[in-house]
Design a protein around this ligand. Sequence first.
Ligand SMILES: C[S@@+](CC[C@H](N)C(=O)[O-])C[C@H]1O[C@@H](n2cnc3c(N)ncnc32)[C@H](O)[C@@H]1O
Length: 399
Amino acid sequence: MILCYEAAANRKWNSRSLFTPYDPLNVPKSVAQKYTLDDGDGRLYQLTSLINPSPNRPNLTYEFMGVTRVWRWTRERMETARQSGLVHQTAPGRVPRLKRYLTEQRGMPLGDVWSDIPPLNSQARERLGYPTQKPVRLLDRLIRAATDEGDTVLDPFCGCGTTVAAAQYAGRKWIGIDVAYHAIKVIEERLLGFPNPVNYSLGGIPHDFASAARLAEKDKYQFQWWANYLVGVQALKEVRRGPDRGIDGQMYFMNGPRGWGRILTSVKGGQHVGAKDVREFKAVIDREQAEMGLFICLNDATREMNSEAASFGFVETAHGHLPRLQIVTIDNWFRGKRPTLPSLGHVSREFFEPEKQQRHRVKRPDPNAPEFTFSFPGGKPDEGTVVHFNPSVAKREPA
Ligand SMILES: C[S@@+](CC[C@H](N)C(=O)[O-])C[C@H]1O[C@@H](n2cnc3c(N)ncnc32)[C@H](O)[C@@H]1O
């Protein structure tokens, strides 16, 4: 249901943009009666006049295809139309006419029910894996109907940024707001797909320890998303149940002859974090046979936590001798201290995009990796299912 409100007397409504192409099997009779000619390629057309309604246009009076008249267009434009096969002359000396194809007409004015834009299905190319994603054609239509080029469009619950993308395509300015950190990541990815760089500014993301602490206090799931992305996590994992308990995210790296290596993350945004949590995470890394782990917490690690991490020793990787478990504190992060990680940069994007994997035969190391459950209400999952997020696809699995 689309609700339409207007707030100002000078609101815009470009009803000329609200047309839908004719259904070739169901063209209204009054229109079908006009478009009776056929080129042989199935496209119907009618012949319309090329003569100017005003007889007094000396600059448009010239000879065209052997006939002198006051024409509708300049000689150049007429010539272009002729070369494109749009001008028809029944016999030499007869007045040429313009071919108007049915498919090029605006179509039918839209009514209250819009059935020409299907919802996104699971195979749709524009699908980003965001459960409530709307088709960009729908937002494009709404934006063009209610705004002009250069106007500003606000979507205060912008999700994966369909409105943002449609506004950008349509030459409008935009403001998108969403409470979910991953929504912003998805939008940023989406904007990278534009042919020209998109200029925008981003607000509301923790930029120092105090704002990170506020986020952790307000919403521990958003804190987890944010902290995972901060350290470079490429795949977010189910946190609350299932065999992957205890893992919040994971990063993959190329580990030379050993194949793919994995770095698991555990994120703790609370105040009461201690050596016991580090010990438990060590057991998770062992259980998972992962190469490394990052224990991410808000506050400074205690001496016991540090020695618990240090006692986990080192791992030999293609990138050198690296600590198996490192503690990343957000406080230290904002002081510029970074964990020592193998290079993650050359794990290609295709690795996480199953469609492209098939095309390029890129092997995904852990195809069954479950992803992080959405931390906000939204979408309409069937009863008993959980919607998972993955940078390119959403999967539904039994809860
Ligand atoms: C139905 S979705 C929007 C989908 C969007 N039209 C699209 O195509 O992706 C609603 C969004 O509202 C966001 N949201 C929920 N509560 C919010 C709040 N208080 N402030 C901002 N965004 C919120 C959710 O995170 C979710 O992404």
